[in-house]
Design a protein. Structure first.
Length: 129
């Protein structure tokens, strides 16, 4: 059986890498990281926690087992916090990109207005943008 703690460690490192890619705006590599992350989550989902800890109980003392549970819980909390931060960063990037697109679109209107020399719309769009 795979070590659940190690799988969660891998998930945490992928989540950290995801944060770096979001910050850089590297959405192509972000997509690949998300696919890796999803396959890792599917692997984690295959492991039944009750069975995992039952097997550990045979090889660890009661105190060691409790420490393992606490460490796993703490790791899950850290991953949850990182994921929350990533979602906020993605939302921020989305808003930034939306504003850029709106700005580019308004400039495009004013440029197109100048191409039509018989119309006076160019000045209007230029003043708006």
């Amino acid at each position: 059986m795979k070590d659940l703690y190690q799988l969660y460690q891998n998930l945490k490192s992928l989540t950290k890498a995801e944060a770096d890619l979001i910050e850089e705006g590297d959405f192509n590599n972000l997509k690949e990281k998300l696919e890796e992350k999803n396959s890792l989550i599917a692997e984690i989902d295959k492991i039944e926690p009750k069975n995992y800890f039952t097997r550990l109980a045979f090889s660890l003392s009661k105190e060691e087992l409790q420490k393992k549970r606490e460490a796993l819980y703490q790791l899950m909390q850290e991953i949850s916090e990182l994921q929350s931060q990533n979602m906020q960063a993605l939302e921020k990037k989305k808003i930034e990109n939306k504003e850029k697109m709106i700005s580019l679109y308004s400039r495009e209107k004013s440029i197109k207005g100048y191409l039509n020399s018989d119309k006076y719309e160019a000045k209007f769009f230029d003043e708006k943008s």
